[in-house]
Design a protein around this ligand. Structure first.
Ligand code: ADP
Ligand code: MG
Length: 230
């Protein structure tokens, strides 16, 4: 009789990617690359309903974050998210959008606490804590036509997928689809927050730049935590 040995999990496809300082660093680097690749698109979107700087702001901020990561090589989750990512964004990014991203990462760091690694649920909980902080600081809710409209459904989809037993890779891919749908849903919305709100009804028919960068943030997580080495 042939016997089949069980092979140990090799981290492939959707098997148990650990959320630790290495994979979180991969996430931030993937986000920085996506922002750089979409810098002109983000600025174009912001030129329609804002002041044409979202791509420039975010790219400058994320490039500074990557440089700081290279320099400091943080070995702790909270240090990475708070002292490197959030602090660098705050000093380098400018713009309401960038400050809200800094707030998001700062709150994630607090949620991570002293942990050296997070399980899937703890990671989702940290993302939700960041989302709630954005809502509070930005005084924003669903339908206001902001980054929140992409982030909130993404984190909801992540929670639902994890509760249903999906692995983190699958759950983040579902979250990405939800973020992209949320981003697209901002097009017909009337902006109620930020510069776009000054336009009133003229903001209708344009995709929100912050929702667009937020969808890139979630897609970057799906890439970084899929288990594939980069
Ligand atoms: P600024 O508006 O200061 O020029 P950015 O252009 O970098 O900053 O970012 C604009 C994005 O910030 C918007 O597309 C929107 O998604 C987001 N944003 C603006 N105000 C708020 C707010 N109060 N709450 C949540 N997100 C907001
Ligand atoms: Mg702007």
């Amino acid at each position: 009789m042939r016997r089949y040995a069980l092979r140990p999990c090799d981290g492939g496809s959707d098997m148990g990617e650990t959320v630790d300082v290495q994979s979180l660093s991969r996430w931030i680097r993937a986000f920085a690359r996506a922002i750089a690749a979409n810098r002109d698109l983000l600025t174009r979107l912001d030129s329609a309903i804002g002041d044409a700087d979202h791509g420039i702001n975010m790219d400058r901020g994320l490039a500074a974050v990557v440089a700081a990561m290279d320099e400091h090589r943080p070995s702790h989750i909270a240090v990475l998210l708070r002292d490197v990512v959030a602090a660098t964004l705050l000093s380098a990014v400018g713009g309401a959008g960038g400050v809200l991203y800094a707030t998001f990462f700062l709150r994630m760091a607090a949620a991570a606490g002293q942990a050296h690694s997070l399980d899937d649920l703890a990671f989702a909980k940290a993302l939700r804590a960041g989302l709630e902080e954005v809502a509070q600081r930005g005084k924003v809710a669903m339908g206001d036509k902001t980054m929140f409209d992409a982030l909130a459904p993404a984190i909801e989809a992540l929670d639902v997928a994890l509760a249903g037993g999906a692995g983190l890779g699958v759950a983040l891919r579902r979250a990405t689809a939800a973020a992209e749908a949320g981003r697209d849903a901002t097009v017909p919305m009337l902006a109620r927050k930020g510069r776009a709100s000054y336009l009133g009804r003229r903001s209708i028919g344009h995709q929100d730049p912050g929702a667009t960068s937020a969808a890139l943030l979630i897609a970057a997580a799906a890439t970084a935590f899929a288990g594939a080495p980069e």
